[in-house]
Design a protein. Structure first.
Length: 613
């Protein structure tokens, strides 16, 4: 178990740091954690180590193991191999076990000593504020680690129990009993909720400099009684603390956990109803204004100019990157000197409705207007935002993915290749979402142009969708359950309208969404449920959500990745030929729940494995 390695590492670090000089050792050459409470930098390092174990992936990775995408990178087949049959308890690319358990050990050590550390040399108020903030951060981090652990490793045993992971709220040491059983899934969820609630009481919703101490929203009287000064408050809770775990972050993690627990795969034994989950999701959305540009955060040039700009769509993000083109170089088509790494599937393309809101497979074609001989016409504008398809202009280059590209004068080879050779697409599509069109290389230059980027960890759109899903399950499409946030229909209408979906008059004014109305009028909630799931697929595509969503919804994970082959006829018309099996998916039903690492199960007799592994 890696926790032992942490203990040994810290012991060695303590011993090494105890020497004033390598040739003149200190009189006391055996220092322990208990003796270092006056060394705030050292103890703070435990919290930093925990931050370094955060399990977020802000680049597109796991989508290529689903029906949303494949990769053409022969040197990066980890998730493709998993999806095509190599996933085992010993070979698990989705594991969160070691990193998250390490993070929990660091957090628990930090929490043991945080109250004893001299964080501020002068003001008592500063001392208390530092303790409160860092305790809140640590509790929030522990909740994050446990959320990702139960998502990746929670599941049913052979006895039919829904288990989470071992629950540890105290640091382990050399005398600890490491042979701990897995706690119930419900107990893990309740611990996450408790940590989130405790953290939210200590942390401001957002870190920002205040103009007056009267603006303090959390623990104001306590800090006033200690003589808080504005400069001291801003030092602890101001702009300098941005991107640390905040009150909104822990509320969001609680909402994510509630959504997971109330999902079909877990709800029977999770102890969390859809109603409770909806209310938890609503709590984080109170006083949050829906961002009308929230689906374009990655190419919002004005907002991305400065690291200090607040993007309302983003709850929590990685550090601001002032100059980067790595994602563009990885994913641009070959004609733009890219590697074409992530290739969207035909299935994902088909998920985007028509611009009027009707699905492309709607029974009444007179309402949808879909034309299979011109499949990209009059489609949901988000399709053009997220995916490069045949014939579009991108960076002033016409991208031809059809087989006829090599016979077309002045058109470079972006055409489909089932093997993805030379960066070409395997499905007939290239990734566009997350990329800046003004970054990367152009057809006339092999030198990349760098641009600012922001990589979110949690977005508000994810939380709006979580609320819509749970509210619909709890109260149906047209009731808000008294939350005041709006109904499931209201939220989906906002999201679709923002994307340009629905009906609009000649002046561009929104006039409605007939298909949404149809779904909302189904009192069973089933049509709205399917629409919400589809909207989640579209809005969060390429953000590493689809893998987990399919499993918690108990949907088929073995649908193959498909594509489209486009050829040109002698008369200039195009023929679209489906490619139903660009890459097979070989998941077994038991793989809806990930495994406990086999090495851990063999080592510890009290650790039960999930069924099937």
């Amino acid at each position: 178990m890696k926790t032992k390695n942490i203990i040994y590492y810290l012991a060695g670090l303590l011993l090494f740091s105890s020497c004033d000089d390598m040739f003149e050792p200190a009189k006391e050459n055996t220092r322990q954690l208990e003796t270092l409470v006056q060394e705030s930098d050292y103890i703070h390092g435990l919290l930093i180590y925990a931050y370094n174990r955060l399990p977020y992936s802000t680049r597109t990775k796991t989508d290529v193991a689903t029906d949303d995408a494949v990769t053409n990178k022969s040197d990066d087949q980890t998730f493709s191999n998993m999806a095509t049959g190599t996933w085992t308890a010993d070979n698990n690319p989705m594991t969160q076990w070691d990193a998250c358990k390490d993070g929990i050990q660091y957090v628990n050590l930090f929490l043991k000593y945080v109250d004893q550390v001299n964080w501020a040399q002068s003001a008592k108020s500063k001392q208390q504020m530092f303790i409160d903030r860092m305790r809140g951060e640590a509790l929030g981090l522990r909740a994050i680690f446990y959320y990702h652990l139960i998502q990746a490793h929670g599941g049913y045993t052979n006895e039919g129990e829904l288990l989470g992971v071992p629950l540890l709220t105290e640091p382990e040491d050399g005398s600890s009993d490491y042979n701990q059983p897995r706690a119930s899934f419900e107990a893990c969820v309740r611990q996450i909720f408790a940590d989130c609630d405790a953290a939210a009481e200590l942390l401001p919703d957002q870190y920002k400099d205040l103009n007056d101490v009267e603006e303090i929203t959390k623990n104001k009287q306590k800090y006033l009684d200690l003589g808080v000064q504005l400069s001291g408050y801003n030092l602890v809770f101001g702009d300098m603390a941005k991107n640390l775990v905040s009150g909104k972050v822990v509320q969001a993690v609680k909402a994510q956990t509630a959504l997971l627990a109330a999902s079909p795969a877990y709800r029977a034994q999770s102890g969390v109803s859809s109603e409770e989950a909806a209310k938890i999701c609503a709590e984080v959305l109170k006083n949050v204004e829906f961002d009308e540009n929230g689906n374009h955060w990655y190419n919002d040039k004005e907002r991305l100019k400065s690291s200090k700009t607040i993007i309302p769509e983003i709850v929590w993000r990685e550090d601001y990157v002032s100059a980067d083109a790595s994602q563009e170089d990885e994913n641009f088509p070959p004609s733009l000197h890219g590697k074409g790494k992530v290739n969207p599937t035909q299935s994902l393309v088909d998920a985007f409705p028509m611009a009027n809101g009707y699905p492309i497979n709607y029974a009444d074609k007179s309402k949808s207007g879909y034309d299979a001989t011109d499949p990209y016409a009059n489609r949901d504008p988000r399709l053009a935002d997220d995916i490069i398809y045949n014939g579009v202009q991108f960076k002033n280059v016409e991208i031809i993915t059809g087989t006829y590209a090599s016979q077309t004068p002045n058109v470079l080879n972006d055409n489909i290749d089932p093997n993805g050779q030379d960066g070409r697409t395997r499905t007939g599509y290239y990734l566009k979402k997350l990329l800046r069109e003004d970054a990367g290389k152009t057809a006339s230059s092999t030198t990349s142009t760098n641009q600012p980027h922001i990589f979110p960890r949690i977005r508000y759109t994810e939380l709006w969708l979580a609320y819509a899903e749970t509210a619909n399950d709890a109260w149906g499409p047209t009731s808000d359950g008294g939350t005041g946030i709006g109904t499931a229909k209201d939220i989906i209408q906002k999201i679709r309208k923002r994307g340009g979906v629905g009906t609009f008059d000649a002046d561009g004014n929104y006039t409605g969404d007939p298909y949404l109305d149809e779904c909302a009028n189904d009192n069973t909630g089933a049509k709205m449920r399917d629409l919400i799931r589809n909207e989640r697929r579209i809005e969060l595509c390429f953000e590493n959500k689809r893998f987990w969503d399919l499993r918690r919804w108990e949907l088929n994970t073995s649908n193959p990745a498909d594509g489209i082959q486009i050829s040109k006829n002698d008369d200039g018309t195009l023929t679209y030929t489906p490619l139903p099996t660009v890459e097979m998916r070989k998941y077994e039903p038991y793989q809806n729940f990930g495994p406990i690492p086999n090495t851990e199960v063999l080592r510890w007799s009290n650790l039960k494995q999930n069924k099937g592994w």
